[in-house]
Design a protein around this ligand. Sequence first.
Ligand code: CMP
Length: 137
Amino acid sequence: MTQRTLVLLKPDAVRRGLVGEIVGRIERKAGWRITALELRTLDRATLEQHYAEHVGRPFYEPLVEFMQSGPIVALVAEGERVIEGIRTLAGPTDPIAAAPGSIRGDFGTITRENLIHASDSEESAERELKLFFPGIA
Ligand code: CMP
């Protein structure tokens, strides 16, 4: 089943020079393709829409601040079961709990600064692709 998903490389990934490493892991999965990619700085309005489900949680405000703290890389990946697959490459939210070999397990320590966002379902992917890449979604 070919799918499309939205990936964000968070400001920590860009600051630490991990863009190539993370993009490379996505590119090396057989048959997956990156069909859009852009370095950009997010504004609060976009983040409020993107993280609407987290409004009111204790981590929400620091998360929105952090996500504006520097440029991110937004990309669209396409391929066989790519939604589930990139979540697996990323590992769980808490980087200390994430297995070595996953992006968060290999490079992260702090839950907020967990390097990567990837859509968690087909519905989220559709909504997030429209928000970040309205021209192609
Ligand atoms: P992600 O799963 O991509 O989307 C929600 C983000 O909120 C998550 O990554 C983390 O960056 C952040 N987050 C989730 N839970 C916590 C938490 N308990 N403490 C700090 N940040 C969190």
